[in-house]
Design a protein around this ligand. Structure first.
Ligand SMILES: [Zn+2]
Length: 274
């Protein structure tokens, strides 16, 4: 699933391509893609102009005042450009076309877990999908980060994945961050001392910034808007590397399941805290 760095990369790609453009039509071919949105709401987008594209957690927000479109790509959602009128495949569920443009923006989703919501701009930050999100990991201060972790008894891996604690971290970046910080995924969040909380906070920032700079991690279906691949997967130290030698200590990376999620870590440089 695209996580913070991938969605950030997609937002940057879309921003370059659609901000300032006037929407000609917004068409949805898969009613189940729409969440809390009647198909007529999409018709009202025609003639409005896109003013911004931003990201909140793993959600992409496209504003065309007075309305905004929220996209969650979930497992396999992708955007791409195609010449208007050219046939699209059965996985293309939403199309945005623009006045005076030869190309249209298409949203494909093979597994159909993604969703789209259209709502007034003023309701974006308080709607169900966005309002419950925790702070952005690249904006949260160390003090607030430490307070949030200190209030959680859950295991570090699960706490990092909890979007109410922090928004945008998923399986890849949780595992890579815990490895970079030398912390075991099963350690309880409230057991960390001040130094460890700081290590975790800075590792998270470092990893996310490096991943954004690399255009995200292209595993499975992830592509940027122009079809480009991210490069951060070549720098994964633990994610997807079970049985491989740890690049830091020479130990062997192990795979376990935490809260139903595959979790990769190095037992020698990430010791469990009791
Ligand atoms: Zn190691």
């Amino acid at each position: 699933m695209p996580e913070l760095p991938e969605v950030e990369t997609i937002a940057a790609g879309l921003r370059a391509g659609i901000v300032g453009r006037e929407i000609k039509a917004a068409r949805c071919r898969l009613p189940k893609l729409l969440r809390g949105t009647r198909p007529e709401a999409l018709e009202a987008l025609a003639g409005t102009r896109i003013s911004s594209v931003r990201r909140r957690g793993k959600i992409l927000i496209v504003e065309a005042p007075p309305r905004a479109l929220l996209f969650h790509l979930k497992m396999t959602g992708q955007f791409s450009w195609a010449r208007s009128g050219r046939p699209s495949d059965k996985h293309t569920h939403f199309v945005l076309s623009f006045a005076g443009a030869a190309e249209e923006l298409r949203f494909r989703d093979v597994r159909k877990f993604g969703f789209l919501r259209c709502l007034p701009c003023g309701e974006v930050d308080t709607c169900d999908e966005v309002g419950r999100l925790g702070p952005e990991p690249l904006e949260i201060t160390l003090t607030e980060f430490a307070a949030r972790l200190g209030a959680r008894k859950g295991r570090l891996k699960s706490v990092l994945l909890d979007q109410r604690v922090l928004a945008g971290v998923g399986n890849i970046y949780a595992d890579e961050t815990l490895h970079a910080a030398g912390l075991h995924p099963l350690t309880a969040a409230n057991r960390l001392n001040a130094a460890e909380r700081k290590q975790l906070w800075s590792a998270l920032r470092r990893i996310l910034k490096a991943a954004i700079a690399a255009g995200g991690s292209s595993i499975r279906d992830y592509r940027g808007v122009e079809g480009e691949l991210g490069d951060f997967q070549t720098r994964h130290k633990v994610y997807g590397r079970a049985g491989v030698t740890c690049r830091r200590c020479g130990g062997t990376i192990r795979r376990i399941v935490v809260g139903g999620r595959a979790t990769f870590y190095c037992p020698s440089c990430q010791r469990k805290k009791r």
